[in-house]
Design a protein around this ligand. Structure first.
Ligand code: SF4
Length: 300
């Protein structure tokens, strides 16, 4: 039995669209994420105080009561005000957790997105997205794009997120997620079905998946599996509580790579972000390898 929580809103309007994610709106059909990634910044105290419905941690997924009727009202209101825009589906939690197989909440939500002709950017790791390619195809063909993006040829983008292509490392870090190889194969199927697809290489893990060789392997595999973009960002570590990703990540290092702890301490100091120098260097190297494979580092 899936736990149900009450929410007032499904659709969150963003002040400014990010050219990486095209997030005019974000929408998370479920609260909490079944993937259980230990580096996930949406777990623990970072959002705990402000965003309780999204902050159901530890692979615990909850159903949002009356999701479809709340969304229907919100989409109608946005249309009345002429506020067309891309909806990022699964921005803070997997839109296709295992329970979606039976509950079909995300499918119902996609049906509404299609009905109201909004474009959508699906962020996922799950092959269950393949079940909904019929609806996504209809959205792709009929979505009305926001005025400033009316030159785009697609009303749907589907992105798959990765922190590493190393299967063993992924098992430790992302215990509830499909393997990297499975994600690549799902992406390929979406691409073959005619969708614009790409990779979100976030977070890139310092000293574990950030070498030139790792970045190149990610871009090369992405390209071979149909991606037209790969977006990169470095690891962030928040909070010191028992459920916080900084605590969990350092525990992971302690258990598996204790020799890296001083390196991480030097890189992050007291911040949640690695040093600016590191971030700039990562962007430069990611851009270089992306240029080599003629692949974009953002959707637009
Ligand atoms: S898939 Fe994304 S939202 Fe879910 S736990 Fe992993 S990082 Fe967090």
């Amino acid at each position: 039995m899936v736990r149900e929580i009450k929410v007032k809103s499904l659709l969150n309007k963003h002040k400014k669209r990010d050219s990486c994610f095209l997030d005019d709106y974000t929408l998370n059909p479920y609260a909490g994420c079944s993937m259980g990634c230990i580096y996930c910044y949406t777990r623990g105290s970072k959002y705990g105080a402000r965003q309780t419905p999204e902050n159901v941690t530890n692979m615990d997924v909850a159903l949002k009561a009356d999701a479809a009727s709340i969304l229907k009202r919100q989409l109608k209101n946005r249309l009345r005000r002429g506020e067309r825009g891309f909806i990022v589906l699964g921005s803070a939690a997997e839109a296709y957790p295992n329970v979606e197989n039976d509950l079909k909440v995300t499918r119902e939500i996609l049906g509404l997105i299609k009905r109201f002709k909004f474009p959508v950017h699906v962020c996922t790791r799950s092959k269950l997205v393949l079940r909904d390619l019929d609806l996504l195809r209809a959205v792709n063909e009929t979505a009305v794009l926001p005025d400033d993006l009316d030159y785009l040829e697609h009303g749907v983008f589907i992105s798959f997120s990765f922190s590493t292509l190393d299967e063993g490392l992924a098992r430790l870090l992302e215990p509830g997620a499909p393997s990297p190889q499975e994600r690549l194969e799902t992406m390929k199927k979406c691409s073959v079905a005619g969708f614009k697809v790409g990779v979100i290489n976030m977070p890139v893990l310092p000293f574990l998946s950030d070498s030139d060789e790792s970045l190149e392997a990610m871009v090369k595999s992405a390209k071979e599996h149909g991606a037209s973009y790969v977006m990169f960002a470095a690891l962030t570590l928040f909070g010191n509580g028992p459920e916080d990703c900084r605590t969990l990540y350092y525990k992971f290092l302690e258990d598996n790579y204790p020799e890296l702890i001083p390196e991480y301490q030097k890189l992050f100091r007291n911040s949640s972000y690695p040093s600016n120098t590191y971030q700039k260097d990562l962007s430069r190297r990611a851009k270089k390898v992306s240029d080599k494979y003629n692949i974009k580092t953002r959707i637009l």
